[in-house]
Design a protein around this ligand. Structure first.
Ligand code: NDP
Length: 331
């Protein structure tokens, strides 16, 4: 029996990689406890890297990318799962160091799976995907550090991207005022439809300044961008508030950052990692997603795709050109 997979191969002489649709057999899959019939996967920034030259993430070729997927268990050597169970997988370096979700079958460790939360289909779970799961982890971290509706506007950077779109929708649904930063003014109506109350043009936050502090504006921030933007945002946070740092779409450093927001305003910088997140917190986040992310808003973010669209979409996400969430129907 064969199945479809998007396989990245590397030419050892030139070092170049190329992704193409291939037929694989079950025996080609890596050894692990649970065989999953994959239904949907997505496209994240890391997928863009793994579909291309690898960004140092892929260990061995040929490689099947896809850092997240949802599907149905077909075989399980672990008592926690049985055939027919619906499951979701994000993180654990699946799709990077291990074969991932860009195939009709995946074999993975039982520890990496989470039961599909009630109220979500496998498709809606992948409309959420790693991006939405990370957005929820960020919202939970801000709440754990005191954020409540009514405290003031919450800033979301990289708002038209995957993490930013879901973060905007969740925060708005929870009753927060959301200020969405975007470099794509044409996406303003989309962001407003997700619940953003203010659109902040990216240029307003990209100049590096030497000022120790700026006027207090934000009651919280979910930052997908870092770089000069995070340096500026930290100086604009209200007293005692927090920034959840989830990404580096604008650079790996925090440019122009000073210690002043931390020691004069008690601002917190909270690091958010979705990859190695402990199981209990994964369950908590997926439960909150099923409760606090309105499915109609989620549907507005979705761009459908198939396995053969992936090489093009991978290149687009690396250029910041993908809007919202791509849902890949692998069948
Ligand atoms: P997307 O590409 O979908 O979104 C990123 C958004 O950032 C873009 O849509 C764009 O938003 C903005 N952006 C892109 N380039 C720049 C730039 N040079 N300067 C300022 N803004 C920029 O990616 P995701 O939402 O999937 O991921 C966002 C980040 O989060 C990535 O760095 C990713 O690696 C990281 N990530 C981290 C996770 C974790 O566990 N911590 C998990 C998932 C993702 P706009 O057009 O609106 O300006």
């Amino acid at each position: 029996m064969t199945f479809n997979a998007l396989v990245v191969e590397k030419d050892e002489d030139s070092g170049k990689t190329a992704a193409a649709l291939r037929q694989l057999e079950l025996g080609d899959l890596p050894e692990a406890e649970v065989l999953v019939a994959v239904e949907y996967s997505t496209v994240n920034y890391k997928d863009g890297l793994c579909l291309g030259p690898g960004g140092g993430l892929v260990r061995r070729y040929p490689h099947v990318p896809g850092i997240d997927f949802a599907g149905t268990v077909e075989e399980s050597a672990d008592p926690r799962y049985k055939p027919g169970d619906k499951v979701v997988l994000t993180g654990w370096r699946v799709g990077e160091a291990h074969w991932g979700g860009y195939a009709q079958k995946a074999r993975v460790k039982a520890d990496w799976l989470v039961p599909l939360p009630e109220g979500l289909s496998t498709r809606s779970a992948m409309a959420v995907g790693t991006a939405g799961f990370t957005a929820m982890l960020a919202v939970m971290a801000l709440e754990d550090h005191g954020l409540k509706p009514g405290h003031g506007p919450v800033l979301v950077t990289g708002a038209a991207g995957g993490v930013g779109s879901v973060a905007t929708a969740i925060l708005a649904h929870l009753g927060h005022e959301v200020a969405a930063v975007t470099g794509r003014p044409e996406q303003a109506a989309y962001l407003q439809s997700l619940g953003a109350t203010t659109i902040v043009p990216r240029e307003e936050l990209t100049e590096v300044t030497r000022k120790p502090l700026e006027s207090e504006q934000w009651a919280g921030c979910i930052d997908a961008v870092a770089g000069a933007m995070l340096g500026r945002v930290l100086k604009q946070m209200k007293y005692g508030t927090s920034v959840a740092a989830i990404g580096l779409a604008g650079g790996a450093a925090i440019e122009g950052a000073l210690i002043t927001p931390f020691i004069l305003r008690g601002v917190n910088l909270l690091g958010i990692d979705s990859v190695m997140q402990p199981y209990d917190n994964r369950l908590r986040a997926w439960g909150r997603i099923a409760r606090d992310l309105p499915l109609d808003r989620l549907e507005e973010m979705v761009q459908p795709a198939t396995l053969s669209d992936l090489p093009e979409l991978g290149a687009a996400i690396l250029k910041g050109q993908v809007k919202g969430r791509v849902v890949v129907d692998v069948n």
